[in-house]
Design a protein around this ligand. Structure first.
Ligand SMILES: CC[C@@H](NC(=O)c1cc2[nH]nc(NC(=O)c3ccc(N4CCN(C)CC4)cc3)c2s1)c1ccccc1
Length: 279
């Protein structure tokens, strides 16, 4: 039974960051002292960008998802000027900042994040939800280094023809979206490949290089990318099997989770660890 919330239920803390249409603050619910992230969106901004439908969709979709790697949306409320989303607090912030700080992640760390992403994508695809905006800026880290997919502002129910007004980076768009074709959940498989490449190398494969975005489109449409030598053969194989122009040729999520590069970096399962201590 969803509670009715109001701003005076919370003590508002420091600003955590900002995105399209608003900012996010750390906040504490007064009676429980539970820490949340309060996303504050300006209604006038939403209307100006006719993004209110997108927000309704974000709330409907994210409120109904329950997965360890999907940021929880606990509730929402509004006053005359703002809409407030009560979100799970991810204590280590944006994956993007951690990537920038260390240029690129190790294969083990990247493999674990990709496995977590694949788990979350498998879960939302079973509900015929596609995220459509998988990129490091939308991924957060909690205290246990668990990845959390945030910002379902672009998610829709598959299949979709909806024109994505191209704001922000184009790096993650698959060929079928660059060519405005009908698209389905397989676009998230492409983005998973782009993400894997970017976490391992520090750059996106079709980087919007200096010579403008139409070259990016051309390179995406022709799937033109090179993988640096330091990337292992297994990782190269996974990236290549996701960055397939034909959506039907992309490695399905269940096969991503069974890929050698994913299996070899996983934490040993608890069963093995407990039986081992007797030998
Ligand atoms: C992904 C963008 C999206 N963000 C959310 O929804 C967000 C939801 C949500 N939950 N928890 C968050 N945590 C943080 O943002 C955060 C940032 C820095 C932190 N620091 C830890 C200590 N360190 C030393 C410095 C950094 C900790 C937490 C965010 S962002 C958004 C979209 C529209 C408007 C606002 C925000």
């Amino acid at each position: 039974t969803p509670r009715l919330w109001a701003l005076n239920n919370f003590d508002i803390g420091t600003g955590l960051g900002k995105g399209q249409f608003g900012r996010v603050y750390i906040a504490r619910e007064k009676t429980s002292s539970f820490i949340v992230a309060l996303k504050v969106l300006k209604i006038s901004e939403l209307i100006k960008n006719n993004a209110e439908k997108q927000l309704v969709r974000e709330v409907e979709i994210q409120a109904n998802l329950r997965h360890p790697n999907i940021l929880r949306l606990y509730g929402h409320f509004h006053d005359e000027k703002y809409v407030f989303l009560i979100l799970e607090y991810a204590a280590k912030g944006e994956l993007f900042r951690h990537l920038k700080k260390c240029t690129r992640f190790t294969e083990k760390r990247t493999s674990r994040y990709i496995a977590q992403m694949a788990g979350a994508l498998g879960y939302i695809h079973k509900k015929h939800v596609i995220h459509r905006d998988i990129k490091p800026e939308n991924l957060l880290l909690d205290m246990n280094d668990q990845l959390k997919i945030a910002d379902f502002g672009w998610s829709v129910h598959a299949p979709s023809q909806r024109r994505k007004t191209l704001c922000g980076t184009k790096d993650y768009l698959p060929p079928e979206m660059v060519e405005n074709q009908p698209h389905d959940e397989k676009i998230d498989l492409w983005s998973l490949g782009v993400l894997c490449y970017e976490l391992l190398t520090g750059n996106a494969p079709f980087e919007e290089s200096a010579n403008g975005r139409d070259t990016t489109y051309k390179r995406i449409a022709k799937v033109e990318f090179t993988i640096p030598d330091h990337v292992s053969a297994d990782a190269r194989d996974l990236i290549g099997s996701l960055l397939q122009r034909d959506p039907n040729k992309r490695l399905p999520i269940k096969d991503v989770l069974n890929h050698p590069w994913i299996l070899k970096h996983q934490k040993p399962s608890n069963v093995l660890r407990t039986t081992n201590k007797f030998f």
